[in-house]
Ligand binder design. Structure first.
Ligand code: AMP
Ligand code: ZN
Length: 666
C-alpha cells in the first residue's frame, strides 16, 4: 500500500466510525482505538502535507482561527416559519391550504429543534460551506467551526446530487450542556443560560478548537437545490439519512389533521424524554409539487406551520431569599429554590428583581411558588401557591443593610432597586468594577480573569483598576495557581490594553448608565476625558441621546476626587484617554440628524465598514425601516420587503456610490 492509499484508508475508516458513533448513536469501535487511529492519521498527514484534504476527519479537532466571519448571500432564501399556538390555529391553516391546492394532502410532522439554523452547501459530496441564517437573505460563514461538529458529514456517501444545500439546526444536547456548566461552575465562572443560546454563540467563536470541545450536534430537516430528483419532504429526509446526515427518526408522515393533532399531543408530553430541547412541532405539506403551488408569504412558506408549545410551569418550594450586590452596588434579591426539573434543565435559582416585585407577589421564604421558563429568559417566579402557605409564615422584610459590608442601603428616587452606597470599600463593588474593566467588551485583558482579580484585591495588590498597570511579574507569582508564564501573560495583557481606544476605555471605567453605546457617543462628542470631566449637566443633556439620568451619573462620577485620581493615574500609565488623531481625522458631522438602514451586499465596502462610515460621520444606523428612517442604502440582493416598505413610506433609496459621495471629503 502506498502512503497515499494508507492515508485514504484511514480517513475512510475513521469516517465510518464517526458516522456510527455520532449519527447512528451506535459505536463500532472503542474511544481509545478511535483516538489511536486518528493519531496515526494525523502523524501521516503531518509527514505528507502533499496529501492535505480540508475534509479529512482530522480537521474536526479544529485549530483554525476566524477573525471576521464573512457575510454570504444564501443561494436559496432561508424563510422563517408561521407560528400557531392552538389546535384551532392548526385547523384554520389546514382549511386555508385546502382551498389553495387540489387533491389530497399528506403532511410530514417533525420536531422543532431549538438551536441555531444552519445552511450547509455540498459539492461533489464535500462540505464546502456552512452559513448561519442571518436575516434569511444572507448570513455569516462559519464553515471552519461547523467542520468540528461530528455529526456534520464532511464527505457524503451513496448517491448524492452534485450540488445542493441542506438545512438544519445546530443544537446542544441537554447532557452536554449540563456538563459544560458543571465545568464552568467548578472554574468559578457564570453558568450558561440555556442550550440554545450556547449553541448559537458557539458558532461565532473565533477559535475553532474551542468549538470542537463543545458537544454540538446538527439535526437536518430540509434539502434545497435544482434538479434534485426528490418529490416529497419525507423522501428528502430519508435520502439525507442515506447520505450520512443525522435526521431524527421521530419525523412522521401522516394523512389527516387528526393525526397531526395526535403527534402534537404526544410530543407535548414526551418532549422532556428527548436528549435535546424542542420548542414545538413543524408540520409541512409533504408533496414538493403542492409546496410549490402554495408558495411563500413575505416571510414564511404557506406550506408549513410551526406549533409552539406553551412555556412550561412547575411549582417548587422557595427555601431562602438571598441578596446579591453588583458592581454598581445594585442589590438583586434571588430566590433559592428546591431544585426542580423545568423544560429539561434543573432550576435552583430565580431572580426576584427588586423589593417591589417581592411586595407585589407577596412572596415569602417557605412558600410554594410557580416557576416558569419562556424562551431564553431566566426562570421567573410568577405566583405564590397561597393554598400551600405554611401557617407560621411571615411577610418578607427587605434588607436594610448591605449583606457584604453592612452599610445602610439607599433607594434613589424613581428607581426600583436598592443600592449599597459604599462605593469605595464594598468588596463586590470594588472587585466588580475591576472585573468589568478587564472584561471582553471593555479592555479585553488577555491572561487576566475575574477570579484572579478577586485574588489580587484580597492580597491587597490592587485597590482599583489603575493599580493593574503597576503590577509586576514578581508581585503576582505568589498568587494561587500562578506560574511564571501565566504571570508574564497577565502583565503583558495589561500592557497591551494601553492600546485600547478611548471609547472602550470610557465604557471600561464603569460609570453607571454609561454602556457601550453611550460611551461611544460621549467619546465622539467630547473627544477626550479632559473635556468630558469638565462638562456640566446642561452640556451633557445637549448631546444627542444623552438624558438627564446619564448626565447626572457622569457628573457625579467626576465629582469624586478618588475617581479623578484614578483617571489621572491611568493617564500617566499611558491608557488612551482621548480619541486618536487618526480617528479624529476621519470623523465629520455631515450626516448629523440622519438615520440609515443598510440592506443587501455591497461592492466596495463591507456592511460593517459602511455602518462605521455612517457613525463616524455623525449619522445613525438602524436595523429596520420606519418613518424615522432618512435613507435606505440598497446593496445587491436586498430583500424585496425592505424595498416595498421604504417605497410605501417615501424613504429615499440610495446606492452605495450615492452614499459614498455623501461622505466624500471635498
Ligand atoms: P422561527 O425562528 O420561529 O421563525 O422558526 C423557524 C426556525 O425553526 C427555522 O429557521 C429553523 O431554524 C427552525 N426549525 C427547527 N426545527 C425545524 C424543522 N423540523 N423544520 C423547519 N425548521 C425548523
Ligand atoms: Zn456594600
Amino acid at each position: 500500500m502506498t502512503t497515499q492509499q494508507k492515508i485514504e484508508a484511514l480517513r475512510d475508516e475513521l469516517r465510518q466510525h464517526n458516522h456510527s458513533y455520532y449519527v447512528l448513536d451506535h459505536p463500532t469501535i472503542s474511544d481509545y482505538e478511535f483516538d489511536m487511529k486518528l493519531k496515526e492519521l494525523q502523524a501521516l498527514e503531518a509527514q505528507h502535507p502533499e496529501f492535505y484534504d480540508a475534509n479529512s476527519p482530522s480537521q474536526r479537532v479544529g485549530g483554525a482561527i476566524t477573525k471576521n466571519f464573512e457575510t454570504v448571500v444564501h443561494d436559496f432564501r432561508m424563510y422563517s416559519l408561521d407560528n400557531s399556538y392552538s389546535k384551532e390555529d392548526l385547523l384554520d391553516w389546514e382549511k386555508r391550504i385546502k382551498k389553495l391546492v387540489d387533491g389530497d394532502i399528506q403532511y410530514t410532522c417533525e420536531l422543532k429543534y431549538d438551536g441555531a439554523s444552519m445552511n450547509l452547501t455540498y459539492e461533489n459530496g464535500k462540505l464546502i460551506r456552512a452559513v448561519t441564517r442571518g436575516d434569511g437573505v444572507q448570513g455569516d460563514e462559519v464553515t471552519t467551526n461547523v467542520k468540528t461538529i461530528n455529526s456534520v458529514p464532511l464527505q457524503l456517501k451513496g448517491d448524492f446530487p452534485e450540488r445542493f444545500d441542506i438545512r438544519g439546526e445546530i443544537i446542544l444536547p441537554i447532557d452536554g450542556f449540563n456538563t459544560m456548566n458543571e465545568e464552568r461552575l467548578a472554574n468559578g465562572e457564570e453558568p450558561y443560560r440555556n442550550p440554545r443560546n450556547t449553541a448559537s454563540g458557539s458558532l461565532k467563536l473565533q477559535d475553532s478548537s474551542e468549538v470542537a470541545k463543545r458537544p454540538l450536534e446538527c439535526l437536518l430537516y430540509s434539502i434545497k437545490g435544482n434538479n434534485l430528483n426528490i418529490t416529497t419532504q419525507f423522501e428528502g429526509l430519508q435520502k439525507a439519512r442515506d447520505w450520512g446526515f443525522k435526521v431524527p427518526k421521530e419525523a412522521q408522515l401522516v394523512n389527516t389533521i387528526n393525526e397531526i393533532l395526535e403527534y402534537v399531543d404526544y410530543w407535548d408530553k414526551q418532549r422532556h424524554n428527548l436528549p435535546y430541547e424542542i420548542d414545538g412541532i413543524v408540520i409541512k405539506v409533504n408533496s414538493l409539487y403542492q409546496q410549490e403551488e402554495l408558495g411563500f408569504t413575505a416571510k414564511a412558506p404557506r406550506w408549513a406551520m410551526a406549533y409552539k408549545f406553551k412555556a412550561e410551569q412547575v411549582s417548587t418550594r422557595l427555601n431562602e431569599i438571598s441578596y446579591q450586590v453588583g458592581r454598581t452596588g445594585a442589590i438583586t434579591p434571588v430566590a433559592n429554590l428546591e431544585p426542580v426539573q423545568l423544560a429539561g434543565t434543573i432550576v435552583k435559582r430565580a431572580s426576584l428583581h427588586n423589593a417591589d416585585q417581592i411586595e407585589k407577589l407577596d412572596v415569602r421564604e417557605g412558600d410554594e411558588v410557580f416557576v416558569e421558563k419562556g424562551g431564553e429568559i431566566i426562570p421567573k417566579i410568577i405566583a405564590v401557591d397561597f393554598l400551600k402557605r405554611p401557617l407560621n409564615s411571615t411577610k418578607t422584610k427587605y434588607i436594610t443593610h448591605c449583606p457584604e459590608c453592612g452599610t445602610g442601603l439607599i433607594r434613589p428616587e424613581g428607581e426600583a432597586k436598592h443600592y449599597c452606597p459604599n462605593y469605595e470599600a464594598c468588596p463586590p463593588q470594588v472587585v466588580g468594577r475591576i472585573q468589568h474593566y478587564i472584561s471582553r467588551k471593555a479592555m479585553d485583558i488577555d491572561g487576566l480573569g475575574g477570579e484572579t482579580v478577586a485574588l489580587l484585591v484580597n492580597a491587597n495588590l490592587i485597590k482599583d483598576y489603575s493599580d493593574l498597570y503597576a503590577l509586576k511579574v514578581e508581585d503576582v507569582i505568589p498568587l494561587e495557581r500562578m506560574a511564571q508564564k501565566s504571570a508574564e501573560n497577565l502583565v503583558n495583557g495589561i500592557e497591551a490594553s494601553k492600546q485600547i481606544s478611548f471609547e472602550r476605555v470610557l465604557f471600561a471605567l464603569g460609570i453607571r448608565y454609561v454602556g457601550e453605546t453611550v460611551a461611544k457617543k460621549l467619546a465622539k462628542h467630547y473627544k477626550s476625558i479632559n473635556n468630558l470631566m469638565t462638562a456640566s449637566i446642561i452640556d451633557l443633556v445637549n448631546v444627542d441621546e444623552i438624558g438627564e439620568r446619564i448626565a447626572e451619573s457622569v457628573v457625579e462620577f467626576f465629582s469624586s476626587k478618588e475617581n479623578i485620581d484614578i483617571v489621572n493615574r491611568l493617564k500617566d500609565f499611558g491608557v488612551q484617554l482621548e480619541i486618536s488623531a487618526e480617528k479624529l481625522a476621519n470623523q465629520t458631522e455631515v450626516l448629523n440628524g440622519n438615520s440609515f438602514v443598510v440592506s443587501g451586499v455591497f461592492e466596495t465596502v463591507s456592511r460593517t465598514e459602511l455602518k462605521k462610515l455612517i457613525e463616524d460621520n455623525g449619522g445613525k444606523v438602524s436595523s429596520s425601516i420606519s418613518s424615522k428612517t432618512s435613507f435606505l442604502i440598497a446593496g445587491d440582493k436586498m430583500g424585496p420587503s425592505k424595498r416595498t416598505k421604504a417605497e410605501n413610506l417615501n424613504i429615499p433609496i440610495i446606492s452605495e456610490s450615492d452614499f459614498l459621495a455623501m461622505v466624500a471629503k471635498s
